[in-house]
Design a protein around this ligand. Structure first.
Ligand SMILES: [Zn+2]
Length: 125
């Protein structure tokens, strides 16, 4: 994992799988709009019958819970530490969640994310 700094928030990025770890509270910081952040967090639902592989929290090593974000399809499933250490996003999911939070298309965070991860994808091809 490498640490990236995005809008003064440190995020951990796994260069092997493209996943991203956010410590508790960092998603809210990145969203920057408390009202939208709250709406998004309120839309989290635990999915107890997910077929996705269980991940372990990088901080406490406990099995993380699968969380469905919002109601929209296709379903966006992220992983959440049961102790509340933070959230894990598989490749592309962080991008996806900002899209669903209906942030401004050209907000700073969106631009930074596309620059960072758009660039990575180019290198792989
Ligand atoms: Zn944990």
């Amino acid at each position: 994992m490498i640490t990236l700094e995005l809008e003064e928030v440190e995020i951990d990025h796994c260069t092997d799988c493209g996943g991203i770890w956010l410590d508790a509270g960092e998603l809210e910081l990145l969203l920057g709009e408390p009202e939208k952040a709250k709406q998004l967090l309120d839309s989290f639902n635990i999915d107890s019958k997910s077929a996705e592989n269980v991940r372990k929290c990088p901080i406490c090593d406990k099995k993380m819970k699968k969380i469905i974000v919002g109601q929209s399809t296709p379903v966006l499933l992220i992983d959440k530490c049961p102790r509340g250490d933070g959230l894990w996003f598989d490749k592309g999911e962080l991008h996806d969640i900002f899209g669903r939070a209906k942030l401004d298309e050209d907000s700073k965070v969106q631009k930074l994310l596309s620059r960072m991860f758009g660039h990575n994808q180019e290198k792989q091809n």
